[in-house]
Design a protein around this ligand. Structure first.
Ligand SMILES: C[S@@+](CC[C@H](N)C(=O)[O-])C[C@H]1O[C@@H](n2cnc3c(N)ncnc32)[C@H](O)[C@@H]1O
Length: 298
Protein backbone atom coordinates (compact mmCIF):
# COMPACT_ATOMS: atom_id res chain seq x y z
CA UNK A 1 0.00 0.00 0.00
CA UNK A 2 1.51 3.30 -1.12
CA UNK A 3 2.13 5.86 1.65
CA UNK A 4 1.38 9.33 0.29
CA UNK A 5 1.16 12.83 1.79
CA UNK A 6 4.94 13.11 2.07
CA UNK A 7 6.03 16.55 3.23
CA UNK A 8 9.72 17.44 3.14
CA UNK A 9 12.13 20.34 2.88
CA UNK A 10 11.82 19.90 -0.91
CA UNK A 11 7.99 20.16 -0.99
CA UNK A 12 8.13 23.22 1.28
CA UNK A 13 10.43 24.95 -1.21
CA UNK A 14 8.21 23.96 -4.15
CA UNK A 15 5.17 25.23 -2.29
CA UNK A 16 6.89 28.61 -1.89
CA UNK A 17 7.99 28.69 -5.53
CA UNK A 18 11.65 28.47 -4.48
CA UNK A 19 14.22 26.25 -6.15
CA UNK A 20 15.09 23.43 -3.72
CA UNK A 21 18.79 22.78 -3.11
CA UNK A 22 20.52 19.42 -2.94
CA UNK A 23 19.93 18.96 0.80
CA UNK A 24 16.17 19.61 0.26
CA UNK A 25 16.26 16.98 -2.49
CA UNK A 26 18.03 14.49 -0.25
CA UNK A 27 15.48 15.11 2.51
CA UNK A 28 12.63 14.44 0.07
CA UNK A 29 14.11 11.26 -1.39
CA UNK A 30 14.93 9.94 2.05
CA UNK A 31 11.36 10.58 3.26
CA UNK A 32 9.73 8.94 0.23
CA UNK A 33 12.00 5.88 0.24
CA UNK A 34 11.68 5.52 4.00
CA UNK A 35 7.90 5.08 3.67
CA UNK A 36 7.83 3.28 0.31
CA UNK A 37 11.05 1.29 0.00
CA UNK A 38 11.13 -1.02 -3.02
CA UNK A 39 8.52 0.87 -5.00
CA UNK A 40 10.62 1.23 -8.18
CA UNK A 41 10.99 -2.47 -8.82
CA UNK A 42 7.22 -3.09 -8.55
CA UNK A 43 6.56 -1.54 -11.97
CA UNK A 44 10.04 -1.51 -13.53
CA UNK A 45 10.41 -5.28 -13.32
CA UNK A 46 7.08 -5.77 -15.16
CA UNK A 47 7.60 -3.32 -18.05
CA UNK A 48 9.25 -5.17 -20.94
CA UNK A 49 10.63 -4.38 -24.39
CA UNK A 50 9.72 -6.19 -27.63
CA UNK A 51 12.23 -8.96 -26.74
CA UNK A 52 10.64 -9.49 -23.33
CA UNK A 53 13.42 -7.77 -21.36
CA UNK A 54 12.84 -5.37 -18.50
CA UNK A 55 15.19 -2.46 -17.83
CA UNK A 56 17.12 -4.34 -15.12
CA UNK A 57 17.87 -7.06 -17.70
CA UNK A 58 18.92 -4.47 -20.29
CA UNK A 59 21.52 -3.19 -17.81
CA UNK A 60 22.68 -6.66 -16.75
CA UNK A 61 23.34 -7.42 -20.45
CA UNK A 62 26.16 -4.85 -20.36
CA UNK A 63 28.30 -7.17 -18.19
CA UNK A 64 30.68 -9.52 -19.97
CA UNK A 65 32.03 -11.96 -17.43
CA UNK A 66 35.05 -12.79 -19.62
CA UNK A 67 36.25 -9.20 -19.29
CA UNK A 68 34.60 -7.73 -16.19
CA UNK A 69 35.37 -8.74 -12.62
CA UNK A 70 34.12 -5.81 -10.53
CA UNK A 71 30.66 -4.26 -10.89
CA UNK A 72 29.06 -1.42 -8.91
CA UNK A 73 25.33 -0.69 -8.79
CA UNK A 74 25.06 3.06 -8.22
CA UNK A 75 21.89 3.78 -6.19
CA UNK A 76 21.05 0.08 -5.91
CA UNK A 77 17.76 0.64 -4.05
CA UNK A 78 16.19 -2.62 -2.88
CA UNK A 79 18.87 -4.68 -4.64
CA UNK A 80 16.86 -6.20 -7.48
CA UNK A 81 19.55 -5.56 -10.13
CA UNK A 82 22.32 -6.90 -7.89
CA UNK A 83 20.26 -10.02 -7.22
CA UNK A 84 19.66 -10.56 -10.93
CA UNK A 85 23.36 -10.09 -11.75
CA UNK A 86 24.48 -12.33 -8.92
CA UNK A 87 22.24 -15.14 -10.20
CA UNK A 88 23.25 -14.63 -13.82
CA UNK A 89 27.04 -14.42 -13.53
CA UNK A 90 29.49 -16.80 -11.92
CA UNK A 91 31.48 -16.04 -8.79
CA UNK A 92 34.43 -14.56 -10.76
CA UNK A 93 32.42 -11.32 -10.94
CA UNK A 94 32.10 -9.39 -7.67
CA UNK A 95 29.23 -6.95 -7.07
CA UNK A 96 28.73 -4.01 -4.73
CA UNK A 97 25.94 -1.50 -4.26
CA UNK A 98 25.64 2.00 -2.86
CA UNK A 99 22.53 4.02 -1.99
CA UNK A 100 21.58 6.89 0.32
CA UNK A 101 18.41 5.28 1.62
CA UNK A 102 18.61 3.23 4.79
CA UNK A 103 15.23 1.66 4.13
CA UNK A 104 16.16 0.59 0.58
CA UNK A 105 19.49 -0.82 1.77
CA UNK A 106 17.71 -2.81 4.46
CA UNK A 107 15.56 -4.49 1.80
CA UNK A 108 18.65 -5.07 -0.34
CA UNK A 109 20.61 -6.65 2.48
CA UNK A 110 17.69 -8.98 3.31
CA UNK A 111 17.37 -9.98 -0.33
CA UNK A 112 21.13 -10.51 -0.74
CA UNK A 113 21.78 -12.10 2.66
CA UNK A 114 23.19 -15.30 1.18
CA UNK A 115 25.62 -13.51 -1.15
CA UNK A 116 29.02 -11.81 -0.77
CA UNK A 117 27.65 -8.56 -2.16
CA UNK A 118 28.84 -5.53 -0.20
CA UNK A 119 26.40 -2.63 0.32
CA UNK A 120 27.38 0.89 1.39
CA UNK A 121 25.22 3.77 2.52
CA UNK A 122 26.69 6.67 0.59
CA UNK A 123 25.86 9.45 -1.81
CA UNK A 124 26.92 8.85 -5.40
CA UNK A 125 28.63 12.24 -5.25
CA UNK A 126 31.14 11.08 -2.63
CA UNK A 127 32.51 7.58 -3.13
CA UNK A 128 35.91 8.34 -1.58
CA UNK A 129 36.16 4.78 -0.25
CA UNK A 130 36.30 3.43 -3.83
CA UNK A 131 39.78 3.57 -5.38
CA UNK A 132 40.52 5.29 -8.67
CA UNK A 133 40.24 3.07 -11.76
CA UNK A 134 39.04 0.05 -9.78
CA UNK A 135 35.60 -0.82 -11.24
CA UNK A 136 34.92 -2.50 -14.61
CA UNK A 137 31.22 -1.72 -14.90
CA UNK A 138 29.05 0.84 -13.13
CA UNK A 139 25.31 0.36 -13.55
CA UNK A 140 22.65 2.86 -12.51
CA UNK A 141 18.96 2.01 -12.79
CA UNK A 142 16.41 4.89 -12.64
CA UNK A 143 18.48 7.06 -10.31
CA UNK A 144 20.75 9.39 -12.30
CA UNK A 145 17.72 11.57 -13.03
CA UNK A 146 17.36 12.21 -9.29
CA UNK A 147 20.94 13.24 -8.63
CA UNK A 148 21.70 16.90 -8.09
CA UNK A 149 24.44 18.02 -8.28
CA UNK A 150 25.04 15.67 -11.21
CA UNK A 151 28.52 16.76 -12.28
CA UNK A 152 30.29 15.34 -9.17
CA UNK A 153 28.49 12.04 -9.83
CA UNK A 154 29.74 11.85 -13.42
CA UNK A 155 33.25 12.87 -12.32
CA UNK A 156 33.20 10.17 -9.64
CA UNK A 157 32.09 7.57 -12.19
CA UNK A 158 34.95 8.61 -14.46
CA UNK A 159 37.45 8.48 -11.58
CA UNK A 160 36.58 4.97 -10.40
CA UNK A 161 36.10 3.34 -13.83
CA UNK A 162 38.95 1.16 -15.01
CA UNK A 163 40.51 1.74 -18.40
CA UNK A 164 37.97 0.37 -20.91
CA UNK A 165 35.33 0.28 -18.17
CA UNK A 166 31.65 0.91 -18.93
CA UNK A 167 29.07 3.17 -17.32
CA UNK A 168 25.48 2.25 -18.20
CA UNK A 169 22.38 3.96 -16.85
CA UNK A 170 18.65 3.70 -17.41
CA UNK A 171 17.13 7.19 -17.32
CA UNK A 172 13.82 8.76 -18.32
CA UNK A 173 13.13 8.58 -22.04
CA UNK A 174 11.23 11.00 -24.24
CA UNK A 175 7.67 11.12 -22.91
CA UNK A 176 6.29 11.72 -26.40
CA UNK A 177 7.81 8.54 -27.83
CA UNK A 178 5.74 6.08 -25.77
CA UNK A 179 2.06 5.78 -26.74
CA UNK A 180 -0.18 7.08 -23.96
CA UNK A 181 2.64 7.87 -21.54
CA UNK A 182 2.14 11.63 -21.58
CA UNK A 183 -1.54 11.23 -20.66
CA UNK A 184 -0.70 9.14 -17.59
CA UNK A 185 2.02 11.61 -16.61
CA UNK A 186 -0.41 14.51 -16.98
CA UNK A 187 -3.13 12.87 -14.87
CA UNK A 188 -0.67 12.32 -12.01
CA UNK A 189 0.95 15.76 -12.32
CA UNK A 190 -2.42 17.53 -12.48
CA UNK A 191 -3.27 16.05 -9.09
CA UNK A 192 0.16 16.99 -7.68
CA UNK A 193 -0.29 20.55 -9.00
CA UNK A 194 -3.57 20.95 -7.10
CA UNK A 195 -1.44 20.81 -3.97
CA UNK A 196 1.85 22.23 -5.32
CA UNK A 197 1.15 24.48 -8.29
CA UNK A 198 4.88 24.55 -9.16
CA UNK A 199 5.27 20.76 -9.22
CA UNK A 200 6.58 19.88 -12.68
CA UNK A 201 8.05 23.30 -13.33
CA UNK A 202 10.28 22.42 -10.42
CA UNK A 203 11.37 18.78 -10.75
CA UNK A 204 13.51 16.31 -8.87
CA UNK A 205 17.18 16.20 -9.89
CA UNK A 206 18.99 17.93 -12.74
CA UNK A 207 16.59 18.44 -15.66
CA UNK A 208 19.40 17.92 -18.20
CA UNK A 209 19.45 14.18 -17.50
CA UNK A 210 15.86 13.91 -18.80
CA UNK A 211 16.71 15.38 -22.23
CA UNK A 212 18.75 13.34 -24.69
CA UNK A 213 20.64 16.26 -26.25
CA UNK A 214 21.38 17.90 -22.89
CA UNK A 215 22.53 14.61 -21.37
CA UNK A 216 24.86 13.97 -24.31
CA UNK A 217 26.33 17.45 -23.87
CA UNK A 218 26.67 17.07 -20.11
CA UNK A 219 28.34 13.66 -20.36
CA UNK A 220 30.50 14.81 -23.30
CA UNK A 221 31.98 17.64 -21.22
CA UNK A 222 33.25 15.15 -18.65
CA UNK A 223 33.88 11.98 -20.64
CA UNK A 224 36.10 13.49 -23.32
CA UNK A 225 37.41 10.81 -25.74
CA UNK A 226 34.76 8.35 -24.67
CA UNK A 227 32.01 6.79 -26.79
CA UNK A 228 28.70 8.10 -25.47
CA UNK A 229 25.52 6.56 -26.78
CA UNK A 230 21.89 6.97 -25.79
CA UNK A 231 19.47 4.29 -27.00
CA UNK A 232 15.70 4.71 -26.53
CA UNK A 233 13.47 1.80 -25.55
CA UNK A 234 9.74 1.55 -24.95
CA UNK A 235 8.81 -0.91 -22.20
CA UNK A 236 5.22 -2.08 -21.81
CA UNK A 237 3.08 -3.76 -19.19
CA UNK A 238 -0.48 -5.03 -19.71
CA UNK A 239 -2.91 -5.69 -16.87
CA UNK A 240 -6.41 -4.90 -15.68
CA UNK A 241 -7.21 -1.18 -15.29
CA UNK A 242 -7.21 -1.50 -11.50
CA UNK A 243 -3.74 -3.05 -11.37
CA UNK A 244 -2.33 -0.64 -13.96
CA UNK A 245 -3.71 2.38 -12.09
CA UNK A 246 -2.10 1.24 -8.84
CA UNK A 247 1.24 0.22 -10.38
CA UNK A 248 1.71 3.31 -12.55
CA UNK A 249 0.76 5.66 -9.70
CA UNK A 250 3.26 3.88 -7.47
CA UNK A 251 6.09 4.53 -9.92
CA UNK A 252 5.79 8.34 -10.11
CA UNK A 253 7.42 10.38 -7.34
CA UNK A 254 4.71 13.02 -7.84
CA UNK A 255 2.04 10.67 -6.50
CA UNK A 256 3.75 10.41 -3.09
CA UNK A 257 3.06 14.06 -2.25
CA UNK A 258 -0.74 13.80 -2.65
CA UNK A 259 -3.10 13.73 0.29
CA UNK A 260 -4.86 10.39 0.88
CA UNK A 261 -8.06 11.85 -0.59
CA UNK A 262 -6.33 13.27 -3.69
CA UNK A 263 -4.50 9.97 -4.11
CA UNK A 264 -7.85 8.12 -4.26
CA UNK A 265 -9.14 10.59 -6.85
CA UNK A 266 -6.00 10.12 -8.95
CA UNK A 267 -6.29 6.32 -8.78
CA UNK A 268 -9.92 6.52 -9.90
CA UNK A 269 -9.02 8.78 -12.81
CA UNK A 270 -6.16 6.50 -13.87
CA UNK A 271 -8.40 3.45 -13.62
CA UNK A 272 -11.08 5.12 -15.78
CA UNK A 273 -8.39 6.11 -18.26
CA UNK A 274 -7.17 2.53 -18.59
CA UNK A 275 -10.75 1.19 -18.60
CA UNK A 276 -11.61 3.35 -21.65
CA UNK A 277 -8.67 1.79 -23.50
CA UNK A 278 -9.24 -1.80 -22.40
CA UNK A 279 -9.18 -4.72 -24.84
CA UNK A 280 -10.02 -8.26 -23.75
CA UNK A 281 -10.04 -7.23 -20.09
CA UNK A 282 -6.61 -5.58 -20.15
CA UNK A 283 -5.09 -2.22 -20.91
CA UNK A 284 -1.44 -1.29 -21.51
CA UNK A 285 1.06 1.16 -20.02
CA UNK A 286 4.21 2.05 -21.99
CA UNK A 287 7.26 3.52 -20.29
CA UNK A 288 9.89 5.37 -22.36
CA UNK A 289 13.47 4.87 -21.18
CA UNK A 290 16.90 5.84 -22.42
CA UNK A 291 19.90 3.57 -22.01
CA UNK A 292 22.99 5.75 -21.59
CA UNK A 293 26.25 3.90 -22.36
CA UNK A 294 29.65 5.47 -21.84
CA UNK A 295 32.90 3.67 -22.60
CA UNK A 296 36.41 4.66 -23.52
CA UNK A 297 36.83 5.14 -27.24
CA UNK A 298 40.25 3.43 -27.33
C1 LIG B 1 13.96 5.26 -8.30
S1 LIG B 1 14.96 4.53 -7.09
C2 LIG B 1 15.79 3.26 -7.99
C3 LIG B 1 16.35 2.17 -7.11
C4 LIG B 1 16.97 0.99 -7.87
N1 LIG B 1 18.12 1.40 -8.67
C5 LIG B 1 15.92 0.34 -8.71
O1 LIG B 1 15.80 0.73 -9.87
O2 LIG B 1 15.21 -0.55 -8.23
C6 LIG B 1 16.21 5.73 -6.90
C7 LIG B 1 17.26 5.36 -5.87
O3 LIG B 1 18.30 6.32 -5.95
C8 LIG B 1 18.76 6.59 -4.63
N2 LIG B 1 19.47 7.87 -4.71
C9 LIG B 1 18.95 9.06 -5.12
N3 LIG B 1 19.90 10.00 -5.12
C10 LIG B 1 21.04 9.41 -4.72
C11 LIG B 1 22.39 9.86 -4.53
N4 LIG B 1 22.72 11.11 -4.76
N5 LIG B 1 23.32 8.96 -4.12
C12 LIG B 1 22.97 7.68 -3.88
N6 LIG B 1 21.71 7.19 -4.02
C13 LIG B 1 20.77 8.05 -4.45
C14 LIG B 1 17.49 6.57 -3.80
O4 LIG B 1 17.74 6.39 -2.44
C15 LIG B 1 16.75 5.38 -4.45
O5 LIG B 1 17.06 4.16 -3.81
Amino acid sequence: MQRSNIVSAWTRQVENGQKPDSSDLQDHLTAIHQENAGFTEALASKCRDSNGKNSYELLADVIDQDHHSKVLDLACGSGVLLDLCNKRFDSKVSFAGIDISNAELKLASERLIKTDIVLHQSMAQGLDFIADMSVDVILCHWALTLMDPIIPVLKTVKRILKHKGIFAAIVDGDGESAPGYREIHNIIYTHAQRKYSNYGTIELGDARVRKTDKLLELAGNIFVDFDIKISPFNLSFSATPEILARETAGFFYASFVLSAEEHCLMLRELENHFFDRMENGESCFTLPVNLLMIKEAR
